[in-house]
Design a protein around this ligand. Sequence first.
Ligand code: GLN
Length: 393
Amino acid sequence: MLEELVMPLRPAARVAPFTESVIREMTRLALRHDAVNLAQGFPDFPAPDAIKEAACRAIREDVNQYAVTWGTPALRQAIAAKYRRHYDIDLDPDTEITVVCGSTEGMIASLLGVADPGAEIVIFEPWYENYGPDAHLSGATRRFVRLHPPEWRFDPEELRRAFTPKTRAIIVNSPHNPTGKVFSQEELGQIAALCQEHDAVCLTDEIYEHILYDGRQHHPMLTIPGMRERTILVNSMSKTYSVTGWRVGWVIAPPELTPAIRKVHDFLTVGAAAPLQQAGVLALSLPDSYYSELAHHYSERREYLLTVLDECRIPALRPAGAYYILCDISGLGLGTDLEVCRHLIESIGVAAVPGSSFFVHPEDGARFIRFCFCKRYETLKAAGARLSRLALS
Ligand code: GLN
């Protein structure tokens, strides 16, 4: 009797192995404690006017109903044009491009579409927290390969050992969250060689492709010889156009894999917001100067936050791309990452992300915390003023 009453309240076993997002929890805590939120990576400044206007125009023009499940043709054509312009790659919008609800959906729809339960997925550690639940929900097993600070290089032999006959895919995120590492062409080549040797797929999360510093270049994995037919590229409008709440992303995959990804996408979401897809067409046609200005904008904020952290005597690792800074808090004498983040939110008034949320064993991330700098100067300045109390205490 008691069992009957309790059964409906029991969650499915598939959700047991993972927690809710720590990054998003930090945002809720920041709101509760009125802390400056340098935790979750989203801009607090407006998106470009032209993009906002295009979205409003689309709604006024009654683009209010479902778009084609895998993306409005104009947006898929604009995505193909973008890759032709930036990387000299020819994509077929009908067979290789799927518009999804942000890269979060793109990544999990891709994994559900191509990885069988029991398959192995290679992931670089530290990793962006979504890849853990993604693997659990698709039934895949993760095999980790460590990135070593300060350059966050991997050991090619360790990478080779991580590939087994069960390996179905490797996830590569470059520029990388949380470290800011930009994988070199040589490193991409090593990964590509192993994918080809083991007949594995490479899932690449390229959401920070335009946020690169010190003259670095982005090289999509699918431009590496032999990788076009085994790469699934995930990207979105979120970071490049400062519209993280719009949830418009895309997946580029070989024609043989695209139908599987589209099926998952269709039944999970039907499609991304139609008027916002329309605005995406305009966003993707912005001139090259938009992208160089974006990189410059973030490069200045990177310097600013690095200076603030230096003044507060918080040792920071300089990122090569993306908009996060990992700090080594082991010498501060304030405890573990979780203890420091709690102290920062509750007593100092600044939210950061505990490093342990990027590692499988929490103790491996206990000496790191992550700040983001995709914020207005006023926000970074306010965070700096509060963090300076840390240096005094
Ligand atoms: N990518 C961002 C981060 O790492 C935000 C993630 C999210 O909440 N979707 O902070």
